[in-house]
Design a protein around this ligand. Sequence first.
Ligand SMILES: NC(=O)c1ccc[n+]([C@@H]2O[C@H](COP(=O)([O-])OP(=O)(O)OC[C@H]3O[C@@H](n4cnc5c(N)ncnc54)[C@H](O)[C@@H]3O)[C@@H](O)[C@H]2O)c1
Length: 437
Amino acid sequence: MSKQMSHLDNIPSTPGKFKMDKSPYIHNRLRWHSSLAKLTFWSFMFLGLILIFFFRSPSSNPLPQDPSRRSLRTYNWGGPAWEKRVRSSARIRSRNGISVLVTGAAGFVGTHVSAALKRRGDGVLGLDNFNDYYDPSLKRARQALLERSGVFIVEGDINDSALLRKLFEVVAFTHVMHLAAQAGVRYAMENPGSYVHSNIAGFVNLLEVCKSANPQPAIVWASSSSVYGLNTKVPFSERDRTDQPASLYAATKKAGEEIAHTYNHIYGLSLTGLRFFTVYGPWGRPDMAYFFFTRDILKGKSISIFEAANHGTVARDFTYIDDIVKGCLAALDTAEKSTGSGGKKKGPAQLRVFNLGNTSPVPVSDLVSILERLLKVNAKRNIMKLPRNGDVQFTHANISLAQRELGYKPSTDLQTGLKKFVRWYLSYYSGGKKAAG
Ligand SMILES: NC(=O)c1ccc[n+]([C@@H]2O[C@H](COP(=O)([O-])OP(=O)(O)OC[C@H]3O[C@@H](n4cnc5c(N)ncnc54)[C@H](O)[C@@H]3O)[C@@H](O)[C@H]2O)c1
């Protein structure tokens, strides 16, 4: 800055007073001008060459692919045969049954919830974009499982308003179980856009369609225990603060809770948010520790076990999938009707948030010991410091509210639940037919 100032100070304010011929300053200036012209010329030439290269090269793509766009591809939907399948899947087959649109139905929780609803005679229609955040063949296998029990999963994105509107045109859903989301805390550093796309934009789009539907459905949706973020008071209660998220994932779930409040307030949508605590079980998610620990222990690979500062224990309130499913069904069954219609609120509507956990946190090192016993293989443990990339040190749910209002009572301990998971894992990936990750 000071250098520039001194240079500017050297230029006289009245150029006419220059002595043109003798001044060495002028001489230098002319030389400088000609080199500037040369520089400009060559710059243009260079720029021109780059442009020619860009436009002539057939496959050149100067920008890196945005991974969040992968779920924006177009899907085939519509037509009489498609509508027939939608209707048949969503048909209620029991007295007092409900008809539920389950988003994220090819996901871990979505598959279990859809199957349970179908078993009791409710109408169920799935929706999923089958993105490749983790092995899509697992999602396809879950889809085949649901197909056999009569649940059709429409392939599409929750951001597709036309598709959602069409679904509500074909079926007057009484409920929406919204489980579609970009899950996982660490992946947010790699692909933040996918969290905004599914957890914020997608959620808003879904609520927009629900608010305009006539009748409006009641909505139960998955928030997360991660909203408790850096809280240290345990167990976590719904009344505790949730303004210190430790990951973008957590921040988008917290945003979802605020968005839910808005749509409840303005449009009279009945909304229930469920804060799940580390759900595990058969057909689980390959990006979760219990799943990839199993895979790596069996492969003889070392596994990283995190510990907090001063050898602090990292623990999770692991919750078995069947308990979570019971909580989801109870939330649907106790959800009151939305009060608006066609986008207009007629009166106050229900707005709830519940913890769905197990209330007994287990150190991650104990989880590994249980897996060692079940798999009959010793793990190669690699103890590492908990990185600051989204994970929190522990989670622990206070579930008294869900107990009182939903009759929620988890009944599967980690040992029993993991036994069921390992049995499924070994049969699913048996004989090298499929390779996990
Ligand atoms: N599993 C857990 O431990 C846990 C804990 C807390 C919260 N949750 C929440 O519960 C819900 C279900 O989790 P999960 O473990 O089954 O995850 P999952 O990834 O197995 O299931 C989510 C499904 O949603 C689909 N999806 C994602 N974005 C979509 C979009 N834009 N349009 C349509 N489909 C889309 C995915 O393809 C996937 O099949 C999620 O909202 C998740 O954030 C899960």
